[in-house]
Design a protein. Structure first.
Length: 167
């Protein structure tokens, strides 16, 4: 099997590599780029820990080959905040509402919620729970996660620039 050249924009930076065609996107992000915020849990697309944004849509990176991302834009949890001292509003809401425990599931949940909140700026608790139904957390009863999502939604309106990544 021969290697394949790819060019992927990850968190706003173009990354060019030559990789094996069978390399998973999750492994590319973690091992080739050192972006370890993308967690690998079940490796079957069930738990949501590996969720990233693929051209702005939440996808499971353990179900995609890195070559499938060639020419596309990927956002990982590392790309949400513009700096260590300036959290994305969604991250800030999780911190304030205690929306995390061990943190293993948190990156996938954040990247699931980002496009959801962009499309649903005023969700109900039921809608948030439905949006998160593909993200598993073994530490919480989800209430603080839902509270954090609703807090963030209350702070971010439709068209609000704070909803954008890296602001």
């Amino acid at each position: 099997m021969s290697d394949y050249p790819i060019s992927i924009t990850v968190n706003g930076k173009t990354e060019e590599r030559t990789i094996e065609p069978r390399l998973l996107l999750s492994d590319f992000l973690r091992h080739e780029l050192g972006l370890t915020g993308t967690h690998v849990g079940c490796e079957h697309g069930v738990c949501g820990a590996c969720t990233v944004l693929f051209d702005g849509q939440a996808v499971r990176s353990c179900l995609l080959f890195a070559v499938q991302a060639n020419g596309h834009e990927i956002t990982t949890v590392e790309g949400l905040a513009p700096g260590m001292d300036n959290l994305h509003p969604l991250q800030q809401a999780f911190w304030e509402a205690h929306g995390l425990q061990c943190g293993f599931c948190t990156p996938g949940i954040l990247l699931t919620l980002l496009p959801f909140l962009a499309e649903n700026p005023h969700p109900t608790e039921t809608e948030v729970r439905e949006a998160l139904s593909g993200n598993l957390c073994r530490c919480t009863g989800y209430q603080h996660i839902v509270d954090a999502a609703l807090l963030a939604a209350g702070r971010m309106g439709i068209g609000d620039q704070r909803l954008e990544i890296g602001d």
